[in-house]
Design a protein around this ligand. Structure first.
Ligand code: FPP
Length: 289
């Protein structure tokens, strides 16, 4: 007798807009266990260009195309949060000014050129990073894109720009400290009082002062181009993220590769420091303990 395994019912209407290849991977996924938040370290633009004897900037340009393909696939399958590492503080400090200038121009043209597609796919745009240090004209376009997509209710696409995770933590600690000192002053406490009874802090105090306040931690972190590094990205937030590294260079990464990463993620057992489903081994303590 042939037993028929029912396919999981797709949950989002948008899945029908996936390509045929994407649909076949999507149908193998469990829609109830999709990651809520996927973060991507987009790497390999320069190598992609180098392998074709092209200038580096063409790799970035092709990388911006990948950004749109990938976020649209995420939106079609109903991923609520996607965060992309588009420009790090270190990129800003250590790359030639011409490359930084090109990336800024590319960001502006990406935002203006794709705003209609963002609306068509119900995508909301947000940012994390030291945005105020970016050129004023770039900030202006960023703000415009953020405001004009603010009422979209599908995927939130967060672009990490001029972002560094250690700096994010330093900024968060600074703002927690400032709030605590203001509270102490308002309560009439002296420095001696504060030293005698230092304010208590817990994880949620710091989490709610990070740039990512209000966002869930990433369930899945993807890094392209094969490097096994985190590169100062979401260090606090990725405490229990699953990490997926692919050799594929970012400009070659498409929606189907996102779905394959999710397929791989769904084969993992997340334990969050506990024992999870398979509790192999003795369950009782050895004699004498
Ligand atoms: C890493 O490639 C990628 C970056 C430094 C920037 C990421 C930018 C984009 C994907 C394009 C623009 C994005 C938006 C949102 C418009 P690399 O240059 O370090 O590559 P390499 O390691 O091969 O040299």
């Amino acid at each position: 007798m042939i037993s028929v395994v029912p396919k999981p019912a797709p949950q989002t209407p948008g899945w029908q807009q996936l390509s045929a290849d994407e649909q076949s991977v999507y149908l193998s996924l469990d829609p109830a266990r999709l990651p809520r938040h996927i973060a991507i370290i987009m790497d390999g633009n320069g190598r992609w260009a180098g392998r074709r004897s092209l200038a580096r900037f063409l790799g970035h340009q092709q990388g911006a195309e990948s950004v749109q393909f990938v976020v649209e696939t995420a939106a079609r399958i109903g991923i609520p949060w996607m965060t992309l590492y588009a420009f790090s503080l270190e990129n800003n400090l250590r790359r030639p000014r011409t490359e930084v200038g090109f990336l800024m121009k590319l960001l502006k043209s990406y935002l203006t050129g794709n705003i209609k597609r963002m609306h068509d796919n119900n995508i909301r745009i947000a940012y994390i990073g030291r945005i105020k240090e970016l050129p004023a004209d770039v900030q202006e376009t960023m703000l415009w894109a953020q405001e004009s997509t603010a009422r979209n209710t599908g995927t939130t696409l967060t672009l990490a720009l001029n972002y560094g995770s250690r700096t994010e933590m330093v900024d968060a600690m600074g703002s927690v400290l400032a709030v605590r000192l203001r509270q102490a002053k308002a309560a009439g406490l002296s420095l001696d009082d504060i030293i005698a009874h230092p304010p208590t802090l817990d994880e949620s105090d710091l989490a709610s002062a990070l740039y990512t306040a209000g966002m869930p931690d990433p369930d899945l972190i993807i890094r392209t181009s094969g490097e096994q590094r985190i590169s100062n990205f979401l260090l606090w937030q990725m405490a229990y993220s699953e990490i997926y590294v692919t050799d594929r260079l970012w400009p070659d990464f498409r929606g189907i590769h996102l779905l394959e990463a999710i397929q791989n993620y769904q084969q993992r057992e997340r334990r969050f420091g506990g024992l999870g489903e398979s509790k192999d081994g003795p369950q009782s303590l050895p004699d004498g303990l």
